[in-house]
Design a protein around this ligand. Sequence first.
Ligand SMILES: Nc1ncnc2c1ncn2[C@@H]1O[C@H](COP(=O)(O)OP(=O)(O)OP(=O)(O)O)[C@@H](O)[C@H]1O
Ligand SMILES: [Cu+]
Length: 644
Amino acid sequence: MKLSNIKRFWISFILAIPMLIQMVAMPFHWMMPGYNWIALITTTIIMAISAAPYWESAWAAFQKHNANMNTLVAVSTSVAYFYSIFAMFTGREVYFESAAFVTIFVLLGDAMEEKMHDNASNALAKLMNLQAKDAEVWRNGEYIKIPLVEVEVGDLIRVKPGEKIPVDGVITDGSSTIDESMVTGESMPVAKKKGDAVVGSTINSNGTIIFKATKVGKDTMLSQIVDLVKKAQTSHAPIQNITDKISNIFVPAVLIIAILTFIIWFAFLGATAVEAMLFAVSVIVIACPCALGLATPTALMVGTARSARMGVLIKNGEVLEEASDIDTVVFDKTGTITIGKPVVTDIVGKQDEVLTIAASLEENSEHPLAAAIVNKAKEAKVPLEQITQFHAVEGKGIRAIYQKQNAFVGSEKILKDAKISQEIIEQAAKLQSQAKTVVYVGLDTTIIGLIAIQDTPKPSSKEAIAELKKRGLKTIMLTGDNEKVAAAIANEVGIDQVIAGILPTEKAREIKQLQSEGRKVAFVGDGINDAPALSTADVGIAMGSGTDIAIDSGGIVLVQNDLCGVVRALDISKKTFNRIKLNLFWALIYNTIGIPIAAGLFVGLGLTLSPELAGLAMAFSSVSVVSSSLLLNKAKIAGDSKKA
Ligand SMILES: Nc1ncnc2c1ncn2[C@@H]1O[C@H](COP(=O)(O)OP(=O)(O)OP(=O)(O)O)[C@@H](O)[C@H]1O
Ligand SMILES: [Cu+]
């Protein structure tokens, strides 16, 4: 028979009601008829149902020469129980209620934790239930409704206004606004048109759209989020090692203190054996560190779920602990601080010639700047020419043979011995100071022109950086771009410091350098080519694009492509970790204050603690730890408008 802790708690509690009545009636000198027998029978059932699992676990630990929390529960309850049986048949006073209530109170803590686990997994199950049940899919010349599980990658799916989008995909026809709040935490609906990505389980509000499924089943973004949160909730935080260590010394120490308490009272202070035994049992009960064991997991469970609702996915307790202690935030520039969709703004030199050569080369490049130049060429309708021997010089630019001449496009670093006129130098400096990236376009040893490209900061970057600085964090921008451009952008968004002109491969080294100066560094990047920097930093924060999450790359993943998520991530980590510390404090203070009282040190002041009261205090400390963790749902987090 496998009963849940919650059920066991209620059964035991109901069985214990007669003993409770007797305890209340005691001061009025009323004795329940047949009380001893009633107490013996009900307590025996309670021991069998509720105490036995603790005894078994304690016995298993004892065989391995270990002692754990269950040892304390087992020793205290079995001493009270077996002594009471002995007392009953030798005509002495019984203490069945001590055994029963200590068991019930220990169970209360366990039941609360179980309840929290259930609630947490229910919340996740609810998230999965957000999925549509079926989908309207194009099959054999018409749209037909099929169950969700039968949808395959590549299917064309029609979604009408007010319906749920069944799986992840890309719109092929139509446009609409879509409510993505359940996945991103963003409450504003997002306008989407042909070519835009959609996420399963979000709600289509006003237009009919047709989209092509790209991810189904376990691969959808929602499934991945649920998986990640599940893992995070049951993960371990390093601070728990302290808890484990404390428990390891604690339990044997408590048993020794209990034995000493018994000996001192009985042998030196003139107490009867029964009185001395009750002091010892109280010591064991009050010292039971079950609240200590609840302190970290319950807070982690609430904190990681809360952050997921805001579009911040924290991978595990270790990341959360690190993130609570960050003093420096390093940002990648392109696509992180800026939108990442650069556009050509100025061309210096013979416009058509410069653009033709640059675009002919850039057509072969994957760099974001290349897309800007190729787009501009299309817009200006200049013809592109064939090139040969293309090669990209990482972090510098590109080279190729264009009409038998050496052509190149890139930063100062690619120029080598090309001659630059004073006029070009001045032009470049002027454009750079306007926060525009300047690339040089050259043939053999002459610079034939410049192309200025602008990538504007995201609207939220400035505000997010101001919030970080308000929290006393140092902000640094890391970029391969030129110093002047970097400084201009940094100035625009309020970044403290720039590290510019570095190669992509050097980014991780720059972070190590900061760490060697004693800084605790978070790196924020887009997760595509920043993997080494993300993993070198104490905390790697990877930005998602709102429809795709780079789950592997960072310890923290932001669902939205927005720096406000960084502020939220650091805030919730700090709040959760502080809550863990507070929980540990409360869990320990009960034991520390309780033990001397239970041992009878303050008998002179009339202050004592019976085993039942000790059990109540212990239960109360578990309850206060669990409630304190639940309060994290209510803690104020910047930018979280949703009520928990
Ligand atoms: N395909 C290219 N076309 C033109 N210039 C290029 C190209 N690739 C690199 N460059 C030049 O090299 C510089 C550094 O490039 P890199 O890719 O390291 O960084 P970035 O994209 O400018 O900025 P960030 O480091 O913030 O992503 C660019 O600013 C540009 O001047
Ligand atoms: Cu306990």
